[in-house]
Design a protein around this ligand. Structure first.
Ligand SMILES: Cc1cc2nc3c(=O)[nH]c(=O)nc-3n(C[C@H](O)[C@H](O)[C@H](O)COP(=O)(O)OP(=O)(O)OC[C@H]3O[C@@H](n4cnc5c(N)ncnc54)[C@H](O)[C@@H]3O)c2cc1C
Ligand code: FES
Length: 334
């Protein structure tokens, strides 16, 4: 098995021939910087000083000719073909509390949430825990590459990993999930990953902002916060954004939780004009959060999830409001 040495340190770890350098490092308990795990953000870039690697996906969006010329590769795509020596700056915040594990999982249940979001439950062959807000990689039969999906449930849910997934028109992974998988079918699953997990020791009230497919991790965060003794009584504000009334969801899921209506509050907006049947606000979900909470947003622990345009708008708003970076937790859904 190839051994990877980190330049300037005594650290080395093994990377199985069918694994990638990033995930092998995380499985060894190291703080290898990353975010998306799917070749889109570039945060896992490292310099290869010695040895040979090859990318699983030959043209990931976050990598190009300039990287190749400088001997830089993406940790989430690079397989080690020989022993390697690499240069990277480790980041302790990326060390996984629960070391990611690769296993097989069976689809046990699906249920619709909206016209294009469904919940999929998988039972992994081996028990692995996760933190609320984290995600896993699914290796779907017949689909090239892996897809990242955030868990919507709690790790105490009988071992199942549940995901709320939005169908993407023309998308290979979601086409397989929605149209090509039956209960009992098997997929590969790898996880948990991600740093946007619930901070149970944070002393502030909580804001969750979700757009479209960002529902899943935010539901997991609120479920965990509602069950947490250390967060008992905290105000939790959940903001959800969709395009049209038929996209709006989440309220019924939160309505099942203890504290609903007392300290768990829900507010949704649609972004498309012209829906006379919609009784609520029209606009973007980040504007809704700002309108409802204003300057007091800076006094909250803030979690958000959703497509890149929404994530960027939320980040800009929080920056303008001078919300300390350490209070903000998110994964962009590339
Ligand atoms: C951290 C994270 C968490 C996410 N959580 C959720 C969630 O909870 N719910 C949800 O609905 N969506 C989530 N997503 C989005 C999800 O991962 C998919 O991008 C989305 O479902 C579209 O997938 P698709 O296969 O249908 O579309 P496609 O357009 O076929 O593929 C989309 C993505 O797959 C990857 N990809 C495509 N081709 C290859 C290849 N050959 N090799 C390797 N990778 C490839 C790329 O990253 C691409 O952006 C998340 C994304 C990230 C990064
Ligand atoms: S590109 Fe590798 S973690 Fe995002």
């Amino acid at each position: 098995m190839p051994t990877i040495r980190i330049e300037g340190t005594e650290i080395e770890f093994e990377s199985a021939p069918d694994d990638v350098v990033l995930r092998a490092a995380l499985r060894s308990g190291l703080g290898f910087p990353y975010e998306c795990n799917v070749g889109a953000c570039g945060n896992c870039r490292f310099e290869l000083l010695e040895g040979k690697v090859e990318h699983e996906w030959d043209s990931p969006p976050a990598w190009g000719d300039r990287d190749l010329k400088r001997n830089r590769y993406l940790g989430c795509q690079a397989r080690a073909l020989t022993d390697c020596r690499i240069k990277l700056r480790q980041d302790e915040s990326c060390v996984s509390k629960h070391r990611p594990l690769r296993t097989r999982a069976r689809l046990t249940e699906t249920r619709p949430i909206t016209h294009d979001i469904s919940e999929f439950a998988f039972m992994p062959d081996e028990a692995v825990s996760f933190l609320p807000g984290q995600y896993a990689l699914l290796d779907l039969p017949g689909v090239e590459g892996r897809r990242a999906y955030s868990m919507c449930n709690l790790p105490s849910d009988g071992g199942a990993w549940r995901f709320q997934i939005k169908r993407v028109p023309g998308g290979a992974g979601t086409a397989k999930l929605f149209d090509g998988l039956n209960e009992g079918d098997e997929v590969g699953i790898d996880g948990p990953f991600g740093m946007a997990w619930l901070r149970e020791d944070a002393p502030r009230d909580i804001v969750c902002i979700a757009g479209g497919s960002g529902l899943s991790p935010m539901i997991s965060i609120v479920r965990a916060a509602a069950a947490s003794e250390s967060l008992a009584g905290r105000q939790i504000h959940f903001f959800y954004g969709g395009r049209a009334p038929r996209d709006i969801c989440g309220e019924a899921l939160l309505g099942e939780l203890p504290g609903w209506g007392e300290h768990i509050h829900y507010c949704a907006a649609i972004s498309e004009e012209g829906h006379g049947d919609w009784p609520g606000p029209v606009g973007f979900v980040h504007d809704l959060a700002r309108k409802e909470l204003g300057e007091s947003l800076a006094g909250h622990e803030i979690y958000f999830g959703g497509p890149p345009a929404m994530s960027q708008a939320v980040q800009k708003m929080l920056f303008d409001l001078k919300v300390p970076f350490g209070q903000v937790h998110f994964d962009q859904f590339f």
